[in-house]
Design a binder for this molecule. Structure first.
Ligand SMILES: C[S@@+](CC[C@H](N)C(=O)[O-])C[C@H]1O[C@@H](n2cnc3c(N)ncnc32)[C@H](O)[C@@H]1O
Ligand SMILES: [Zn+2]
Length: 276
């Protein structure tokens, strides 16, 4: 029997398709392969790279994901994960959940622990997936592009999409009929303390949601919309991680920020549930 990190990925081969030719992937000894000979080895580090040619994404590096993981472990975003779990509380245990753009994987892990479902987290950033896969566990991890999701049509009961771009054509293809998208977007007070601190270094100091909810509504029907907000005190160590883990600070010189002044941080988000 293959090692658990390999075996758990072989077990989901029936859900997967080749990212190169679109044919079904099948389990081999320690890899998955299609009938055209495209073969993808399962890493001994516990993930499967189905996006071999991706270019590194600016800002989404090891420091970003390890800081993000630390902030998640210290509970600042629990209000979001609790809200997601609450939205999915009636989901059966045999459901399949895809976390599209899972980053370092904290939401996928929390969902899997709470619901016992089959959870597959994927992200285009290999560094995020390496971080997610550390320590094993039941979640399956793919390096994959949400614009070309390497999943066969109509396999997922739920797609989770947290603070991450969407691709509605792909979501429609991989969701089962009646399946649900749970999309989390920032709300106006999100990290306002960090935005205020970064001030003039930001291209836009005002909050903008970029019309994401309106765009979603052009493709899907919203069935539930919940706002979750929590302001927490910040320790000096966590202030550094909070600054590093947020796209708010992309392009900001963190050395010039007075992070000691970051005494509190607000997480403010909308959890939107929608169907096609
Ligand atoms: C702000 S992070 C959010 C990560 C995670 N969902 C969370 O909330 O902690 C945005 C993520 O989207 C991922 N991403 C961006 N474009 C993507 C694509 N085309 N396919 C898959 N992931 C993508 C990035 O690599 C990054 O991990
Ligand atoms: Zn192929």
């Amino acid at each position: 029997m293959a090692r658990p990190g390999i075996q758990k990925h072989l077990a989901i081969a029936p859900l997967l398709q080749c990212p190169i030719c679109g044919h079904a992937l099948h389990a081999r000894e320690a890899s998955v392969a299609c009938e055209n000979g495209h073969d993808f080895a399962i890493s001994a580090k516990g993930f499967l790279n189905l996006c071999p040619q991706q270019a590194p994404h600016k800002g989404y590096d090891e420091a970003f994901f390890s800081s993000r993981q630390s902030v998640m472990e210290h509970g600042y975003y629990n209000v979001v994960s609790e809200g997601i779990i609450d939205a999915l509380r009636e989901l059966p245990r045999n459901a399949v959940i895809l976390d599209a753009g899972c980053g370092e994987g904290s939401y996928a892990k929390a969902l899997c622990a709470a619901m016992g479902c089959t959870v597959i987290g994927f992200d285009i950033a290999r560094e995020g997936i390496r971080c997610a896969a550390r320590g094993g566990g039941p979640v399956r991890w793919l390096v994959a592009d949400l614009a070309h999701i390497p999943v066969r049509p109509a396999q997922a009961d739920v797609i989770l999409n947290v603070f991450t771009p969407a691709n509605y054509a792909e979501f429609q293809r991989v969701l089962k009929p009646g399946g649900m998208l749970v999309k989390v977007i920032p709300a106006p007070q999100h990290m306002h303390e960090l935005r205020e601190l970064a001030g003039s270094q930001l291209r836009k100091t005002e909050f903008t949601d970029h019309g994401v909810a309106e765009h979603l509504e052009r493709h899907m029907r919203i069935v539930q919309r919940t706002r979750v907000t929590r302001t927490s005190p910040v320790t000096p160590e966590d202030a550094v991680d909070l600054a590093r883990m947020s796209p708010v600070s992309f392009g900001v010189n963190l050395d010039t920020l007075d992070l000691a002044a970051l005494s509190h941080i607000t997480v403010d988000a909308e959890i939107i549930c929608a169907t096609f």
